[in-house]
Design a protein around this ligand. Structure first.
Ligand SMILES: O=P(O)(O)OC[C@H]1O[C@H](O)[C@H](O)[C@@H](O)[C@@H]1O
Length: 277
């Protein structure tokens, strides 16, 4: 068996040391963002840090497909970008924030995504901003799905709620993909796996440390909300049995019917922003 390579982790600190961010070169995955003395992101105690294995928590970048893709057959789940080694371009400090840039070159993906290049800018500051820019550098139309699969830390998922999706339509993946309409805030009482048909701004109440977080998903046709609930992580070795209480995912995405098509030379920028209220 080949020896496991340790993953390369980088820590970014603002000049006044009030904000600290952590990223892994594998997957260009944000693992932590501490601002105001509290990490807003959740990372499993049992997360594995091994080459080629997805890291459970933080912000996996799902690309060029989400879940099992439009065909329903794509593997690995959530695309290959989250376990690829991205190129670290550099970091720049400005106005009390640090912006970190990673890229993937043309040819990183195959099939209809072959002509795409990716630039990912993450700004760690009093706000967290993740900006995923996908460009078609080929002479043909290219297509892809994407998600910023953000794991958020909560004090107790049973007391958390998401405001701002009232009236939105969603596909309930926890109920045979039935199409439903959200009434009021999103609350958590069971296994939850929903793909909402809109992006925009929501507010998470009950985030870790009793905080409320304003979350903006720009250029995202979908917001995905997920919590596996009790027993739902039994087949996930990288997810502690009791950890479902401490997390929920609010993901900015363009998936299935909302997959992005890019003409030659065109780019698409999806932005995910968290502001502490
Ligand atoms: O276990 P993973 O491949 O990381 O996926 C974790 C979860 O991601 C998303 O939120 C999907 O909507 C869920 O269906 C999936 O279970």
């Amino acid at each position: 068996m080949p020896a496991l390579r340790p993953l390369h982790q980088r820590t970014f600190t603002t000049a006044d040391a009030s904000v600290v961010g952590v990223m892994f070169d594998q997957g260009a995955q944000v693992a932590s963002w501490v601002a105001g003395g509290q990490d807003a992101l959740w990372l499993s105690r049992q997360a594995r840090f091994e080459a080629g294995v997805g890291i459970r928590g933080g912000v996996p970048v799902c690309l060029p497909w989400f879940g099992a893709g439009r065909s329903g057959q794509a593997r690995p789940k959530h695309g290959i970008a989250r376990t690829m080694l991205w190129t670290f371009v550099g970091e720049e400090e400005r106005d009390g924030s640090v912006t970190v840039t990673y890229t993937l070159p043309v040819g990183a993906f195959e099939g209809s995504a072959r002509g795409l290049s990716v630039r990912y800018d993450v700004t760690f500051g009093p706000e967290l901003e993740m900006r995923l820019c996908v460009r078609n550098e080929s002479e043909q139309t290219a297509s892809f799905e994407e998600a910023l699969h953000t794991y958020l830390a909560v004090d107790n998922v049973q007391e958390a709620r998401i405001e701002g999706l009232d009236g939105a339509t969603y596909v309930d993946h926890a109920d045979g993909k039935t199409v439903k309409k959200q009434v009021g805030d999103v609350v958590f009482t069971r296994y939850t796996d929903r793909v909402y048909g809109r992006g925009g701004t929501v507010v998470l109440h009950g985030a870790a440390g009793g905080r409320s977080l304003e979350i903006t998903c720009e250029n995202s046709a979908n917001i995905v909300v997920w919590n596996p609930w009790e027993g739902g992580t039994a087949d996930m070795a990288d997810f502690g049995d009791d950890e479902w209480r401490d997390m929920l995912c609010i993901e900015g995405a363009n998936t299935l019917g909302e997959a992005i098509e890019l003409a030659p030379g065109q780019a698409h920028v999806m932005v995910y922003r968290i502001r502490i209220l």
